[in-house]
Design a protein. Structure first.
Lengths: 84, 147
């Protein structure tokens, strides 16, 4: 299983802080998984439909969306950060 | 000295500056970010990624310490619901010379804006609320420190 955590409007649109999904095949990129999740429709489609608005972290490190998920335990999906 | 704190509570700027001044350098620089009022804003809500934030801010601090000869630095970033006028973030740096202190302070706040996992939501008096959009300008500023 892979844990996915969501933040900010991604979390609000999906309606979940986190969820578990079946671990995708080796080599699946974050963008591939995002497209699969968006295809569920509903809040997932609203939150994840436009991947250009998303940023990601694997095991608490920022990575590009075309990165393979590999054996990471936690994927985070969120909008561009606005701290400081 | 490296102090990194991610907390809900407020902090005391004088106490933070005194700790940096006590390090024996010739220069201390600091930046304090405060919730900007106006436009009917009643509160800013800061969400963050608890499992990542501390480690990520720590990495940003290590980067600053690798680039400038610093005697010490402090970064404090708050989360939760903050009202206009409340302090959000503090960055302080101490060095033997002013250039290193000033430049590293600017670097740290630019990187915190685009490299630390925080998100701001604005709440207004009429009940409206919305997530703050990242500004391309902030991303460009952070990138300006690369290379």
């Amino acid at each position: 299983m892979l844990t996915i955590v969501y933040f900010a409007w991604v979390r609000e649109r999906i309606g979940l802080d986190e969820e578990q999904v079946a671990r995708p095949d080796a080599g699946t990129s974050i963008a591939d998984l995002v497209a699969m999740l968006a295809a569920r429709g509903g809040g997932h489609a609203e939150a994840l439909g436009d991947a250009t608005r998303l940023r990601a972290a694997l095991d608490q490190r920022f990575v590009a969306l075309d990165s393979p998920i590999g054996d990471a335990r936690e994927l985070a999906l969120f909008p561009p950060v606005t701290g400081g | 000295m490296k102090r990194v704190a991610v907390q809900a509570g407020d902090f005391d700027v004088a106490t933070e500056l005194a700790a940096l001044e006590a390090l024996g350098g010739g220069g201390v620089a600091s930046f304090t970010g405060v919730v900007r009022g106006g436009g009917g804003l009643v509160a800013l809500e800061l969400e963050h990624y608890p499992a990542m934030t501390q480690a990520q801010v720590d990495r940003i601090c290590d980067e600053a310490m690798a680039r400038w000869p610093l005697l010490g630095l402090s970064v404090i970033h708050r989360f939760g619901r903050l009202e206009p006028g409340a302090r959000i973030v503090f960055v302080g740096t101490a060095s033997r010379h002013r250039a290193a202190a000033l430049e590293s302070c600017a670097f740290l706040i630019d990187w915190l804006k685009s490299q630390a996992p925080f998100w701001k939501k604005e709440h207004f008096a009429d009940g409206a609320a919305g997530w703050v959009e990242a500004r391309a300008e902030d991303e460009a500023k952070a990138k300006g420190w690369i290379g």
